[in-house]
Ligand binder design. Structure first.
Ligand code: MTE
Ligand code: MO
Length: 197
């Protein structure tokens, strides 16, 4: 019976073991931006790692694309409760970007073109768990979704994946970014529903 199998399918999708608690699956890719979409030409783009106002590393777009590039297939989870499973990206791992950086930092503030910020413990950005991504599903990342490049930290809620990212600031303690100052969680693990404070 058609009605029966549809209901069964829906229940199966909701109980997908890859879906964190309180999330639903979507096939769309919703756009969530706190402000207007900044348009950054790759000829103007740069990415830098800074600490205490000191620049530790910096790449032009060309230099950045010459770094080791990885293909990533991963699930993503927005705090507004949508999740997408099996999304594919290309990017440079944060491990690569921090390879020659000497630091005692414990936390990172991601900074974006347009002024957005988000804070993340350094441990959550290393060991192959975070990237600066510039392609989505085989295409250059749309400006609406953070192109030329965005942070991708898929094991945390998606607000930690800063769009239009322009750099990482290493910090020796935690400090709230944009949404975190407005009540969002300092960490943001979707599996333990770290949504708000
Ligand atoms: N620079 C910037 N990055 C951002 C945001 C933003 O407003 N500005 N929104 C965050 C939030 S709340 C989410 S859910 C995701 C949405 O990404 P998407 O628009 O590609 O779906 O981007 C995150 N990164
Ligand atoms: Mo979000």
């Amino acid at each position: 019976m058609a009605v029966f199998s549809r209901g069964f399918g829906a229940r199966r999708r909701e109980s997908d073991p890859n879906l964190p608690p309180g999330q639903y699956l979507t096939d769309d890719f919703p756009v969530l931006s706190a402000g207007p979409t900044p348009r950054i030409d790759t000829s103007e783009w740069s990415f830098s790692v800074v600490e205490g106002g000191r620049g530790l590393a910096s790449w032009s777009w060309e230099d950045f694309l010459a770094l080791p590039i990885e293909d990533i297939t991963t699930d993503i989870h927005c705090v507004t409760r949508w999740s997408k499973l099996g999304t594919s990206w290309r990017g440079v791992s944060v491990d690569t970007l921090l390879e020659n950086v000497e630091s005692e930092a414990t936390h990172v503030m991601a900074h974006s073109y347009g002024g957005y910020t988000t804070n993340i413990p350094l441990d959550d950005l290393v060991d192959g768990r975070a990237w600066v991504a510039f392609e989505f599903e085989g295409e250059p990342l749309d400006p609406e979704h953070g192109g030329p490049a965005r942070l991708l930290v898929p094991h945390l809620y998606f607000w930690k994946s800063a769009k239009w990212v322009r750099g990482l600031e290493l910090m020796d303690g935690d400090a709230p970014g944009f949404w975190e100052q407005n009540g969002y969680n300092m960490h943001g693990d979707p599996w333990t529903e770290e949504r708000y404070w």
